[in-house]
Design a binder for this molecule. Structure first.
Ligand code: C5P
Length: 277
């Protein structure tokens, strides 16, 4: 039955703990092999019954993001229920163009919320790939191994409980430019079988053997990423790296440990929460 009350859905940040670029398709999209997790930090979508389809945006990172017609949230709504109406509110807490899936996370949360509001089944991952390469993963919303250009989603062994600190130097990094600057597009994938990680230390040691192939080209575009990584690595973290095409970097900590990081510019965006199971 369709909902008559507002439906609220959390849109967690997507974090690529690893990101191996293993090839390129003839259409220019890159083949990826990535260990993706979600953080207890994110945006929020609230949908309310209405005859018209409208979008309003608020929240600390909402300024400048007008509810324009091509917003990914509205495109997701039209894909799910062509011609249907709803009042959509997006509360933006994740910085835009920052490598943690903001737009994809919002689109996936909108699909979940609207599927409940309109009493429709959720679309299949392949059906939402056209909205963005990260939308299928965000629709699943739990730790996974992402392959293809984002449409192949495989389960991963249970991750140890951890907290994650996200830091963005407040530079919007254009993803296509980072991919363009890649030196090699045929890098090795992660091991075919992911191990059962004994504990957070074993997991961190394993991560240290993997890569984010987009990190060097992202640093070439935005050198401040190297400053963020240096500050995070100097903290008491288990592991630090960059997510997606940047510029957001992450550091992992034992669960519920308040991250003690010095040397972060106060103007940088930061948020901490649990890694979601
Ligand atoms: O699909 P999405 O809009 O998130 O991708 C943004 C851009 O990132 C694409 O236009 C493409 O240049 C690049 N990209 C890629 N290979 C992927 C995902 C994204 O080359 N698998």
């Amino acid at each position: 039955m369709a909902a008559t009350e507002p439906v609220r859905v959390f849109a967690p940040a997507k974090v690529n703990l690893t990101l191996h670029v293993t090839g390129r398709r003839p259409d220019g999209y890159h083949l990826l092999d990535s260990l993706v997790v979600f953080a207890g930090v994110g945006d929020e979508i609230t949908v309310t019954p209405s005859d018209e389809l409208t979008l309003t945006i608020d929240g600390p990172e909402g300024a400048g993001l007008a509810g324009e017609g091509d917003n990914l949230v509205l495109r997701a709504a039209r894909l799910l229920g062509p011609g249907r109406g709803a009042e959509i509110r997006l509360t933006k807490r994740l910085p835009v163009a920052s490598g943690i899936g903001g737009g994809s996370a919002d689109a996936a949360a909108a699909l979940r919320a609207l599927a409940r509001l309109w009493d429709l089944p959720l679309p299949a991952p392949e059906a939402v790939l056209a909205l963005g390469a990260d939308v299928p993963a965000c629709l699943l919303g739990k730790a996974l191994r992402m392959g293809g250009i984002g449409e192949e989603l495989a389960p991963v062994p249970t991750l140890p409980a951890m907290d994650i600190l996200l830091v963005n130097p407040r530079i919007a990094v254009p993803t296509p430019e980072v991919f363009r600057r890649l030196e090699r597009r045929d890098n090795p994938a992660m091991p075919a079988e992911l191990p059962e990680w004994r504990d957070a230390a074993a997991f961190a040691a394993w991560l240290a053997e993997q890569r984010n192939d987009l990190q060097p080209p992202a640093i070439a575009v935005a050198p401040q990423i190297a400053d963020v990584l240096a500050a995070l690595r100097a903290s008491d973290c288990l592991f630090a790296g960059m997510s997606g095409s940047g510029a957001t970097c992450f550091a992992l900590y034992p669960p519920a440990a308040a991250a003690q990081v010095t040397g972060l510019d106060p103007a940088w965006w930061r948020a901490q929460g649990p890694v979601l199971p």
